[in-house]
Design a protein around this ligand. Structure first.
Ligand code: F6P
Length: 559
């Protein structure tokens, strides 16, 4: 059933969008400093919390009227109905005819989540819990050495082969949970079909002690299958063909393709297509996380996500963290005209979090056709980028502070570190808070001039240099602060962004759960590959592509 058939028509939303732009057009609407000056309680009133997790969105240009209009927009768009349909497992992914039921993976057997299928409905919670138990048993057996290499050696290393959601989530979470104290099992990630990736991952490893996970929802992704076959040859060459059964496991929905690859059913951990690739780290795709960080941490990560699910599902929108975070983004994009969004985690453990979010946000909401099949009438997903703080301060933050566009920033920080150097952590936190303060406050020409004068600069130097040292200020940011980054709070943080993305997709009127935009390049690559073979006649492409192919072959001496 097309999603819109079950949902209210959206044409009446025009007035709601117009209301937001009208508010943004008010004189002084971008003056965040004035909002603070007018309201001593602003920091508290424009913050929301779930236990120790606080989102402070007071350093944005959202005021009471804007917030009321944004919440009014959620009502006009029937966001509550969308949320119900999501949690009830209906076919919210209309263009792929699927539910988006990743919440079932983290709420246990009694979660009560069901998912629509073309043929009926299935008990998603039950299926997920059954597979979770199999994963748990396998992780214990590997850690205890009961499951071992073909020669009886314990596995000391794991290589996860996967790409996109079968890589970014597991890699990000594995780093987050193991960087500070080290992993239970050394776990490496191979994603790119660039053969360097697998060569680096296997460098120095003993095949006899290496377990290889092939993570692919479809088990057809060219990059992953190419790397999986190369890894299989690496094992078979060293240990014999029969060793493949002992040294591989598969994480996939495609049992038939896994079996054709030669991985036995007891080494296959399955899930259903109601788990989208970029939402799959909670599924068996997260096996690498559990092997690297330990089962207890994987379980705690699921529980953290479940806590956010419960909050998102039950909390009124005015206090609902994913909804508020989504509305801040909607305001920045659709009222203030932002086209970019920066995420700075002041936490090295989250160094791959922006990369994970790039897929989560841009693959989900980087769309220009609405659920109704027509072009959308509003801007949708901004370009997302980020780096760990403070590193970012020494690269692109120049542009965020003084560039020609205001780039909204999410600052993410834990109050307590996992290491034992509290002074270093205070320095880190000081920089995080200073960056958001600087973006808000700026520095006026008069301030710069007086500082330069006090420092003894000549009037000529002041006249020449002072304008370059001015910061406009009034640049928006959100700060997400929690007590610590442990497995539970990591799961909660990821789920916060997952639900934010779903809310934004719904408000923009796009399907956040498909990714048709990645297909054309895949198809064309298949068409170009034969043209790159020695002796190929040359393809029929556009003139630029033909010339590049010819040049590539000439440079390789294969013209
Ligand atoms: O890039 C497109 C995509 O389908 C992603 O959505 C997905 O996470 C990735 O490819 C990998 O897919 P699979 O897990 O099926 O190999």
């Amino acid at each position: 059933m097309p999603q819109d058939a079950a949902m209210p028509h959206r044409t009446h939303l025009t007035a709601s969008w117009d209301r937001l732009t009208a508010l943004a057009d008010r004189p002084g609407a971008q003056d965040i400093r004035a909002l603070f000056a007018a309201d001593p309680d602003r920091a508290t009133r424009f913050s929301a919390a779930l236990d120790d997790l606080t989102i402070d969105f007071s350093k944005t240009s959202i005021d009471d009227e804007a917030l009321a209009a944004l919440l009014g927009h959620t009502r006009a768009a029937a966001l509550n109905l969308f949320r119900d349909r999501l949690f009830e497992g209906h076919t919210v992914n209309a263009t792929e005819r699927r539910a988006a039921m990743h919440m079932a993976l983290r709420n246990g057997a009694q979660g009560g989540f069901w998912a629509d299928l073309p043929s009926g409905r299935e008990n998603a919670s039950q299926l997920a819990a059954t597979e979770l138990l199999r994963m748990q048993a396998f992780v214990r057996q590997v850690h205890d050495g009961e499951v071992c290499g073909v020669g009886g050696a314990r596995f000391t290393h794991v290589i996860n082969i996967g790409i996109g959601g079968s890589d970014l989530g597991p890699l990000m979470a594995t780093e987050a949970l193991t960087l500070a104290r080290g992993p239970v099992l050394d776990t490496r990630f191979v994603s790119n079909v660039d053969a360097t990736s697998l060569a680096v991952a296997t460098r120095g490893l003993d095949p006899a002690k290496t377990l290889i996970l092939v993570a692919s929802k479809t088990f057809t992704t060219q990059e992953t299958m190419t790397n999986a076959h190369a890894a299989r040859a690496w094992i078979a060459d060293a240990l014999g063909e029969a060793a493949v059964a002992s040294h591989f496991a598969a994480l996939s929905t495609n049992a038939r393709a896994v079996s054709a690859f030669g991985i036995s059913p007891e080494r296959v951990f399955g899930f259903r297509d109601w788990v989208g690739g970029r939402f799959s780290l909670w599924s068996p795709v997260g096996l690498s996380i559990a092997l690297a960080a330990g089962w207890e941490k994987f379980q705690a990560m699921l529980e953290g996500a479940a806590a956010m699910d419960a909050h998102f599902r039950a909390t009124p929108f005015a206090a609902n963290l994913p909804v508020l975070l989504a509305l801040v983004g909607i305001w920045n994009v659709n009222a203030m005209g932002s086209r970019t969004h920066c995420v700075l985690a002041y936490d090295d453990r989250l160094r791959r979090f922006p990369a994970f979010l790039q897929q989560l946000e841009m693959e989900s909401n980087g769309k220009s056709v609405g659920l109704n099949g027509r072009p959308v009438q509003t801007a949708t997903c901004p370009v997302l980028f980020g780096e760990p703080g403070t590193n970012a301060q020494h690269s692109f933050m120049q542009l965020v502070h003084q560039g020609t566009q205001a780039i909204p920033v999410d600052f993410i920080l834990a109050a307590t570190p996992e290491h034992d150097r509290p002074d270093a952590h205070r320095i880190l936190a000081a920089h995080a808070f200073a960056q958001s303060e600087a973006l808000l406050r700026g520095r006026s020409l008069a301030e710069v001039q007086s500082e330069m004068r006090e420092a003894g600069a000549s009037e000529a130097d002041i006249a020449e240099i002072a304008p370059h040292r001015v910061f406009s200020g009034n640049r928006p940011s959100v700060t997400i602060l929690q007590s610590q980054l442990d497995a539970f709070s990591l799961g909660r943080l990821i789920a916060l962004y997952e639900h934010k993305v779903a809310v934004q997709g719904w408000l923009w009127g796009v399907n956040s759960f498909d990714q048709w935009g990645v297909e054309l390049g895949k198809a064309l690559a298949n068409g170009i590959l034969p043209d790159l073979m020695p002796g190929a006649a040359g393809g029929v492409h556009d003139a630029s592509t033909n010339a590049l192919i010819a040049r590539f072959r000439a440079l390789r001496g294969e013209a």
